[in-house]
Design a protein around this ligand. Structure first.
Ligand code: AHR
Length: 504
């Protein structure tokens, strides 16, 4: 059977205005994310605060709107007080999550300053592993209260006159995970998160709170965890968190490219649970989703576990430094399109992580910063995927893989930016052998012409980038799209990532 993909997009068929925060990211005190990642005084590009300018430039190109901080598993044994005040008086601590040494040279103040330089807001996580309600409130007071109280005045004494005014706060991290320091049962966490949320909103009613969902959909307590914890926290929280990582340990590329269906299914299930709790509570507000950790992650696992076991308590060890392949970038593109298509309920999402640790940006300690393969789909989505996600009427030929049936050969997402009068079609051709023609009817977008058709493809699915060579990068392929009145015909190369930009 001939392979095909057909779509109708119409300005009146809308999914939602996309919250730009779905293009967020994450920096944890883990491995070389902070030290020799964003911060390296003495590096040839270091600025007056010790931050690497080469990294700042690459992050700015991504237009990252929000960055989750400081963990991750790290946060569950983190004492925020260690990370503020005069740097030379800050203690060195053992980070139990990653069995590393934390020197606290970079703390809350420094990170806020860096976030300002890259143009991102901070999304802060509180420690609900080894700590609780009082510490979370003290941290909130330090960050968000103007002055006149113990912790706001402490911040001022540390040189920060203006509060950081952090809007979004995570109530712990992966609290269902046996690996988490201070892990909880669902009833324990539900109560703790509820009381913490209540107190934090009492202090600052303008904040938004994220209740911890399951660490991944394979957890034995999923999705009961979501139901029970939300029944406790519903009145005080705004979002529930979702985390999921994808991998191809068996080398089955077709199956790997279909794994975005799992993210789709996960999102649908968590929405159903949120709506169930809303109904049960006779509630009026929707709980939205914060998919605040997602990515491909599997290349480095074995090496990392051995390293942490054999060489503990090092400062900034090389951990979770996955070197991403071309096929990983295709999966990241597919996951980004899944988030766009769920933008009516997914309001925050964080690519985990941003620098050196399962990251689009890598640094050499004594050299340059460079772009991994996954940098590009992330950049395209963040830059061109702003506006209104459209609900396309879409059909495509299909195939089955080891774990998934009825997988579309092509997958798409369409975003309309009314201010710029731009329509962007994102598309992945999952077929590993054949090019497929995508035909799009854009009837309601009269006068729209092709601006560019960006393509990323590679003869070698396992090709990677390095500091020396960008083997995988996007190119312009404008000859692959033709616009004839209302019909847009695009040739999607086998196994390719496509960004088709149209403008009035
Ligand atoms: O992003 C790496 C780790 O993955 C995070 O610390 C944790 O939350 C998750 O398990």
């Amino acid at each position: 059977m001939e392979k095909f993909a057909k779509m109708i997009v119409d300005r009146d068929y809308k999914i939602s205005e996309i919250d730009k925060r779905i293009y967020g990211s994450f920096i944890e005190h883990l491995g070389r994310a902070v030290y020799t990642g964003i911060y390296q005084p003495g590096h040839e590009t270091a600025d007056e605060d010790g931050f690497r300018q080469d990294v700042i430039d690459l992050v700015r190109e991504l237009q990252v709107p929000v960055i989750r901080y400081p963990g991750g598993n790290f946060v569950s044994s983190f004492n925020w007080e260690d990370s503020v005040g005069p740097v030379n008086q800050r203690p060195h601590r053992l980070d139990l999550a990653w069995r590393s040494l934390e020197t606290n040279e970079v703390g809350l103040g420094e990170f806020s300053r860096w976030a300002g330089k890259v143009g991102a807001d901070v999304m802060m996580a509180v420690n609900l592993g080894t700590r609780g309600v009082a510490d979370a409130c003290n941290l909130l007071e330090y960050c968000n209260i103007d002055s006149g109280s113990r912790y706001s005045d402490l911040r001022i004494s540390h040189g920060a006159r203006d509060p950081y005014r952090i809007k979004t706060w995570c109530l712990g991290n992966e609290m269902d995970g046996p690996w988490q320091i201070g892990a909880r049962t669902m009833t324990e966490y539900g109560r703790l998160a509820c009381e913490t949320a209540k107190a934090m909103k009492q202090m600052d009613p303008d904040i938004e709170l994220v209740s911890c969902g399951s660490s991944n959909p394979q957890m034995p307590t999923y999705p009961q965890w979501e139901a029970v914890t939300l029944e406790n926290t519903y009145d005080y929280v705004d979002y529930i968190s979702m985390h999921e990582y994808f991998g191809n340990p068996t080398g089955d590329t077709a199956n790997f490219l279909a794994s975005s269906l799992e993210m789709d299914h996960f999102i649908r299930t968590v929405i159903a649970v949120c709506d169930f709790v809303k109904a049960k509570k006779r509630g009026t507000k929707d709980i939205n989703l914060s998919f605040d950790e997602w990515n491909v992650w599997f290349h480095s696992n074995e090496k990392d576990n051995e390293f942490m076991r054999e060489h503990p308590w090092q400062q900034a060890p090389s951990l979770l430094e996955d070197n991403y392949t071309f096929e990983d970038a295709l999966v990241v593109g597919l996951l980004l399109m899944t988030l766009m298509r769920h933008s009516d309920r997914v309001k925050i999402a964080c690519l985990a992580q941003l620098v050196n640790v399962i990251a689009p940006i890598m640094t050499q300690k004594d050299g340059t910063a460079w772009k991994q393969t996954i940098y590009y789909p992330y950049q395209h989505a963040s830059v061109y995927g702003r506006g209104i996600a459209l609900e396309p009427v879409f059909t495509s030929s299909r195939h089955d893989t080891h774990d998934y049936t009825d997988v579309t050969d092509v997958e798409t997402a369409a975003v309309w930016n009314p201010e710029k009068e731009e329509l962007t079609i994102f598309a992945v051709n999952r077929d590993l052998k054949e090019d497929i023609t995508l035909t799009t009817d854009i009837g309601s977008f009269e006068g729209y012409k092709l601006l560019e058709h960006i393509v990323m493809e590679s003869r070698d699915l396992k090709a990677v980038n390095s500091a020396r060579k960008q083997n995988v990068k996007p190119v312009d392929a404008n000859d692959r799209t033709r616009v004839d009145g209302r019909q847009v015909t695009s040739r999607l190369g086998k196994a390719s990532w496509n960004v088709i930009r149209l403008k009035k």
